[in-house]
Design a protein around this ligand. Structure first.
Ligand SMILES: O=P(O)(O)OC[C@@H](O)[C@@H](O)c1c[nH]c2ccccc12
Length: 269
């Protein structure tokens, strides 16, 4: 069984348990659900230069624990201070040591930068959970869903006011996507089975994506020259976790990377 299949199986079990513990009706009464309007991830990715979606992630299946001690609110505040366009928060507990509490905690400290729930979304219940802890957007992994599920979950998210970043890995994942519906597409540079990273994978796939769709390149990014190349090829945003998580001050690392990329772009102009 592939790691993705394993995570999806675990998630299915987890969702079943959660549904029993906390019914939807209860989630719908949480203050973030009733009193807060979600921010737009789509808008956050429309800046003229490269947009940065900065990730808060303690561990991953490929790398084990990446950051210890792990202080989610402090990390997020540092990202905000240094101009992150959006923040991605891992909430998957078994393989990434994430939690919904982490997202709620970050929301309590970050008001006006969009937060994306990064998890393995397979059930509309998880979208309500996302709203209830103060998320503005969710990741939908096309590789883990069929076309019907993807369309359904995307619509349910939209109805709740949540933007979706739809993630693909391979060219044939695009067959599942209705581009009248999907406005931001992420390509994961990391093969979830072999964990190998290939940045050119995202560029190849974006060639087949309509021009009006926002493009995000995800995973394995840390080299400023690569960011410049991605931007020159029409990529609007990057999703970066590990590189920032390994830095003492993640926001400072964002600043440094952005400045190094600017410098390279200027030298080339
Ligand atoms: O830490 P990295 O290599 O910068 O990658 C971040 C992000 O792209 C990665 O965490 C990710 C991309 N898609 C996912 C789906 C599920 C879990 C995690 C991910």
């Amino acid at each position: 069984m592939s790691i993705l299949d394993q995570i999806i199986d675990d998630t299915r079990e987890l969702v079943a348990t959660r549904k029993k513990e906390t019914p939807v009706q209860e989630l719908e009464q949480r203050p973030f659900y009733t009193d807060r309007e979600p921010l737009s991830l789509v808008e956050a990715l429309k800046s003229r230069g490269m947009s940065f979606i900065c990730e808060v992630k303690k561990a991953s299946p490929s790398k084990g624990v990446i950051r210890e001690p792990f202080r989610p609110a402090q990390i997020a505040q540092s990202y905000v201070k240094h101009g992150a366009n959006a923040i991605s928060v891992l909430t998957e507990p078994n393989h990434f040591q994430g939690s919904l509490q982490n997202l709620a905690w970050i929301r309590a400290h970050v008001e006006d930068v969009p937060l994306m729930r990064k998890d393995f979304i397979i059930d509309p219940y998880q979208l309500v959970e996302a709203r209830a802890v103060g998320a503005d957007a969710v990741l939908l992994i096309a590789t883990a869903l069929d076309a019907r599920q993807l369309r359904h979950l995307h619509q349910a998210a939209t109805d709740l006011g949540l933007d979706c970043l739809v993630e693909v890995y391979a060219l044939d994942d695009l067959d599942k996507i209705d581009f009248d519906q999907v406005s931001i597409l992420g390509v994961n540079n990391r093969d979830l089975n072999t964990f190998e990273v290939d940045v050119d994978n995202s560029l190849r796939i974006f060639e087949h994506v309509p021009r009006n769709v926002g493009r995000v390149s995800e995973s394995g990014l840390s080299d400023p020259a690569t960011l410049v190349r991605l931007r020159q090829n029409g990529v609007n945003g990057v999703l970066i976790g590990e590189h920032f998580m390994r830095a003492e001050d993640p926001g400072q690392a964002l600043d440094d990377l952005r400045n190094e990329a600017k410098e390279i772009a200027m030298q080339q102009a």
